[in-house]
Design a protein around this ligand. Structure first.
Ligand code: PRP
Length: 212
């Protein structure tokens, strides 16, 4: 019997939109739409099984082969550099990684810049490429509060609509890079399920290709 294709999806609003894309691509799993707290759903006929996992954990499931493919943000891929293949840009969950600071802040370069972030590696890479000394303060959430309380000078974080920054009197100082959701694959799975994963990738690309 053919093996199931195990797919890790990020739990939440973006994950639901991504599931809809998979469904439109021909990989539907009707039971997933039922109100339930289950985390695993399968469509035996289609040979596909979905897992809802924490968005930042998708790459771990895929890297270790618990899932054959998954959808993870480019931010997570850059920050954790999991050993996976990146197969497609799904052009969803678009946002920007940016440096933000209290309105009017100017970095005069005179002291080590204190940077609060969940994305320590991205922040370090960005500032080291400019030769700027920083002190990274790694936080796990509510990053915007750090400069308000004087814990940091700036933050490196995700900006989507800009509402969180605005409502906390912060503004974007510099954009680091655009972010979007990527289809990723376990390396071994890609070798022994090349046709199946290739067909999925092409079907998803066909649906997203025209989008910017
Ligand atoms: C992200 C990010 C900002 C917010 C930006 O947080 O850390 O706080 O979204 O979105 P906006 O520009 O549309 O206001 P997320 O919702 O992912 O939660 P988290 O802080 O727990 O990571």
């Amino acid at each position: 019997m053919e093996r199931f294709l195990n797919v890790a999806l990020p739990k939440g609003r973006l994950g639901e939109k991504i599931y809809d894309l998979f469904e439109r691509a021909g990989y539907g799993c009707p039971s997933i739409k039922e109100e339930s707290r289950r985390l695993v759903f399968e469509n035996g006929e289609r040979g596909v099984r979905y897992f809802w996992v924490k968005p930042s954990d998708v790459a771990i499931y895929v890297e270790r082969g618990a899932a054959d493919v998954g959808v993870a943000g480019k931010d997570i891929l850059l920050e954790y550099r999991p050993d996976v293949y990146e197969l497609a840009d799904l052009k969803m969950g678009k946002c920007r990684m940016a440096v933000a600071a209290p309105k009017g802040f100017r970095d005069d370069g005179s002291t080590t810049l204190r940077v609060a972030t969940k994305f320590s590696r991205i922040a370090k890479d960005f500032y080291s490429s400019r030769g700027r000394d920083i002190d990274v303060i790694h936080l796990n959430g509510s990053i915007e509060i750090a400069p308000i309380l004087g814990l940091s000078d700036v933050i490196v974080d995700i900006v989507e609509t800009g509402t969180t920054l605005r409502e906390n009197d912060l503004e974007v100082v510099e954009e680091i890079l655009p972010i979007s959701a990527r289809l990723i694959s376990n390396k071994a799975s890609f070798r022994f399920m090349t046709d199946k994963i290739g067909a999925l990738t092409n079907a998803l690309k066909d649906l997203t290709e025209g989008e910017k």
